[in-house]
Design a protein around this ligand. Structure first.
Ligand SMILES: Cc1cc2nc3c(=O)[nH]c(=O)nc-3n(C[C@H](O)[C@H](O)[C@H](O)COP(=O)(O)OP(=O)(O)OC[C@H]3O[C@@H](n4cnc5c(N)ncnc54)[C@H](O)[C@@H]3O)c2cc1C
Length: 390
C-alpha cells in the first residue's frame, strides 16, 4: 500500500491538464485529475464552440500518439490549406501548404470537441481517477510529499502536484510565484459566422489600425473570428446584435467571403503576456497557461501547452515513480521548455508591438517587409515549417 493517495495530482482538467493525464494512462503512475468545473459533454450537434484552435503538426502528432485525435469527430475538423495576411497599407503575404510540401498548414478544431475526446480517452483508465466540480483550497509542500485540501473537506497527498489550472493559476499563487505580466490592453473577441462564399480551407488575417482580425475556416461554409482589439472596440462589438455584428465583421474583412451571418454569439477574453520566472519547485510543476501566456495572433497558446505536457510526460515516463517530484527531475522539464517558450513569447510580442505602432516609418517598414517576404518562396517555406513543428 502506497503512503500517498496518488503519485501525481494534476490540478486543472482543461485541454493541457487532461492531455497530460491521458499521456500518463497505462503507466506505472497513479494519477488523479482534479477539475474545478463540472464535466459538460453533451452539445447540440448543430452548434459550434466559439473557442476554436489552430493545432500545429507537432501537437497533432502528439495527440495522435496519446490516442486523443482518433476520438474526435472528423466532420468537425478542418485542414487549413492556405493563409493570407494583409498589412495596414495593402501589403499581402500568402502561404500555401502545398508549396512547403505539407498536407496542411494546421488543423482547426473546437476546444470542446477535443476536450470531449480527452475525457473519453480517460474513461476506464485503471491508473487515472477523475475528480470534478471540486476545488483545491490549500497546498502544502513538505520535503517528501505535497498535500492538497479540497473544498469538500478532503485532504490528498501526492509525490508531485502539476498546476494545469490556466492563466490565473491557483497553484502558482500558492507557491508565491509572481508572473511578469504585460497587459496588451486588448481583448480577443471571438464569434462564429456562416459565410456566403466558400473559404476553400483558407485562413485570413488583417493587421489593422484597430487590432488584428483573424478568420479561421470551419467545416462547411463557416468561419471563426478572433479580433484582438482595444476595449472600446470590444464593447462596441459585444453590444451589436447578430446582424449588425456580421455586417461589421464582413466589412472589416473587405467582403472577402461575401455576406456573413452570426451563428455563435461573441465572447471576449483579456489578452496578457505572462512570463513565469520558475515553472518548477520541489514537488510542483506548472504546464500550459499556468506556465506562460502569449498573444493569440499566432494561434500558438495551446500548442505551447501541449509541448509542455509532451515534454513533462516523456521525462516522467522515463523516471522511477519514487523520483517524480524530485527537483532534479523537474528541472530537466523546466530547462527543456525554456527556449521554445521564450522564442514563441518573443515572436508574438514582437509582432504585436510592430503592428500596434502608428509610427509612419514602422508602418512603411512592416508593409515593405511583408511584401518582400511574399516574394521569397524559400523564406515562406521556412516559416511554415517552423510553425508546423513548434
Ligand atoms: C481569444 C483567444 C484565442 C486563442 N486562440 C488560440 C489558437 O488559435 N490556438 C492556440 O494554440 N491557442 C489559442 N489561445 C490560447 C489557449 O486558449 C490557451 O493557451 C489554452 O486554453 C490553455 O489551456 P490550459 O489547459 O493550460 O488552461 P485552461 O484552458 O485555462 O484550463 C484550466 C482548467 O483548470 C481548471 N481550474 C482552474 N483553477 C482550478 C482549481 N483551483 N482547481 C481545479 N481546477 C481548476 C479550470 O476550470 C479549467 O478547466 C487563444 C486564447 C485566447 C484568449
Amino acid at each position: 500500500m502506497s503512503e500517498f493517495d496518488t503519485d501525481i495530482l494534476i490540478v486543472g482538467g482543461g485541454l493541457v491538464g487532461a492531455a497530460l493525464a491521458l499521456a500518463l494512462k497505462d503507466s506505472p503512475y497513479s494519477v488523479l485529475l482534479l477539475e474545478g468545473s463540472p464535466l459538460e459533454q453533451t452539445f447540440a450537434p448543430e452548434s459550434w464552440d466559439s473557442r476554436i484552435y489552430a493545432i500545429n503538426g507537432a501537437s497533432r502528432r502528439w495527440l495522435e500518439d496519446i490516442g486523443a485525435w482518433q476520438g474526435m469527430d472528423r466532420q468537425r475538423l478542418l485542414a487549413v490549406q492556405a493563409m493570407q495576411i494583409f498589412c495596414d497599407e495593402g501589403a499581402a503575404l500568402r502561404f500555401e501548404a502545398l508549396e512547403a510540401g505539407l498536407p496542411q498548414l494546421a488543423t482547426i478544431l473546437e476546444s470542446r470537441e477535443l476536450q470531449r475526446a480527452l475525457w473519453q480517452g480517460l474513461e476506464g483508465a485503471a491508473n487515472v481517477s477523475l475528480l470534478t466540480a471540486v476545488q483545491a483550497v490549500q497546498l502544502t509542500v513538505e520535503p517528501d510529499v505535497a498535500r492538497l485540501e479540497l473544498t469538500d473537506g478532503r485532504s490528498l497527498s501526492a509525490r508531485l502536484v502539476i498546476g494545469a489550472d490556466g492563466a490565473q493559476s491557483w497553484v502558482r499563487r500558492q507557491l508565491g510565484i509572481e508572473p511578469q505580466t504585460h497587459d496588451y490592453r486588448q481583448f480577443g473577441v471571438v464569434a462564429n459566422f456562416a459565410v456566403e462564399r466558400a473559404h476553400r480551407g483558407c485562413a485570413f488575417q488583417w493587421f489593422r489600425e484597430d487590432g488584428v482580425l483573424a478568420w479561421l475556416p470551419l467545416p462547411g461554409d463557416r468561419i471563426s473570428m478572433v479580433w484582438s482589439c482595444p476595449e472600446s472596440l470590444k464593447d462596441e462589438l459585444l453590444a451589436l446584435d447578430g446582424e449588425l455584428l456580421a455586417a461589421r465583421v464582413a466589412e472589416a474583412g473587405g467582403g472577402k467571403l461575401g455576406r456573413l451571418q452570426t451563428i455563435t454569439p461573441p465572447a471576449a477574453f483579456p489578452l496578457r503576456l505572462n512570463h513565469v520566472p520558475h515553472i518548477v519547485t520541489p514537488r510542483v510543476a506548472l504546464v500550459g497557461d499556468a506556465a506562460h501566456t502569449v498573444h493569440p495572433l499566432a494561434g500558438q497558446g495551446v500548442n505551447l501547452g501541449f509541448g509542455d505536457a509532451a515534454e513533462l510526460a516523456g521525462i516522467l515516463l522515463a523516471e522511477e515513480v519514487c523520483r517524480c517530484g524530485d527537483l532534479s527531475v523537474l528541472r530537466r522539464y523546466e530547462r527543456a521548455r525554456r527556449e521554445p517558450v521564450y522564442l514563441m513569447q518573443g515572436l508574438c510580442h514582437g509582432l504585436q508591438q510592430l503592428f500596434n505602432n502608428k509610427n509612419p516609418f514602422l508602418k512603411a517598414a512592416r508593409n515593405f517587409g511583408l511584401g518582400t517576404a511574399n516574394q521569397s518562396e524559400w523564406l515562406k517555406r521556412q516559416l511554415i515549417r517552423q510553425a508546423e513543428n513548434y
